[in-house]
Design a protein around this ligand. Structure first.
Ligand code: SF4
Length: 281
């Protein structure tokens, strides 16, 4: 199938973000990509999925953006790392898609969640889309690793009702090994959101042997509790659902032998957060 035919055959709606999607923007010129990133009038999306009950409050429409600078060892969507794997979608089209669901989303106490990949790789598109959603009365959430948080002005923050913030691990060297990047920007965004009283749901992926160091988890819990705007902590058990993507993309997957955490380990991690007065699930 040619790349153009592949693009035409691929719908922006997907049954699951686990669908492998590659090269959907490969025909797009470099200058068009630069213009899109500057203006935000076009976004590069892996897909839209509907009916999610795990990506924010109520029932959510989720827009999965393409592009991420991190390389988390446990990433289950490595096809979203490269922005060119996403499909170019005009801002108007994206707003139209949300508009189709807005009444249902309100009835189901839900909204839209921008996830990825890393949505702030396309910060202008993200802000324009979320602002338009808020104007439609749709609750807005963004899932981010926080690394590019400084791209958001204080005014931009007004378009976000909730941030699902990934806190991966506390120790800086361990964080660098786990994700390829430092966590200072992430922590800074968390403090800024606290100052602006924008709620955070912390997302913490529990990987046996990688993110279950007791001292580390305790530090994250203490930091999150002191912020004052963390409404809940989601302890997400590591799983192997994304392994096939690493294999299909020819990437070196190092977690083949890592098991999902036991129920006891999950309970232990939740208890560490609860001990700081946080709600953890
Ligand atoms: S930040 Fe998210 S999308 Fe980026 S590599 Fe990590 S898990 Fe994957």
């Amino acid at each position: 199938m040619t790349q153009q035919a592949q693009r035409q055959a691929t719908s922006i709606e997907a049954s699951s973000p686990y669908e492998l999607r590659v090269n959907l923007s490969s025909g797009t010129s470099e200058s068009a990509v630069k213009t899109a990133l500057t203006t935000g009038d076009v976004g590069f999306l892996h897909s839209f999925t509907t009916g999610s009950t795990v990506d924010g409050p109520g029932v959510r429409l989720v827009a999965w953006t393409a592009g991420c600078q991190w390389r988390c060892l446990y990433c289950h969507n490595p096809d979203t790392w490269n922005m060119m794997n996403g499909m170019p979608v005009t801002l108007d089209h994206a707003i139209e898609e949300v508009g189709k669901y807005r009444h249902g989303l309100k009835v189901m106490s839900g909204g839209i969640t921008l996830s990825g990949g890393e949505p702030l790789m396309q910060d202008r598109f993200a802000v324009k889309l979320l602002r338009a959603c808020k104007e439609m009365g749709v609750h807005t959430a963004i899932e981010t690793n926080g690394y590019l948080g400084s791209r958001l002005s204080d005014e931009d923050l007004n378009s976000i009702d909730l941030v699902l913030l990934g806190l991966k691990t506390w120790d800086r060297d361990r964080h660098q090994r786990l994700t390829g990047k430092d966590n200072a920007n992430t922590l800074e965004l968390a403090r800024r959101l606290a100052a602006h009283k924008i709620p955070i749901w912390v997302r913490f992926v529990l990987v046996p042997g990688l993110t279950d160091d007791p001292g580390d988890v305790a530090q994250i819990a203490n930091f999150a509790a002191r912020l004052g705007n963390v409404e809940r902590v989601e302890v997400l058990p590591f799983h192997q659902l994304g392994r096939f993507k690493w294999q299909r993309l020819g990437l070196d997957y190092t977690l083949n032998d890592v098991q999902s955490p036991s129920p006891e380990l999950i309970d232990w991690a939740c208890d560490v957060f609860r001990a700081e007065g946080l709600q953890a699930f």
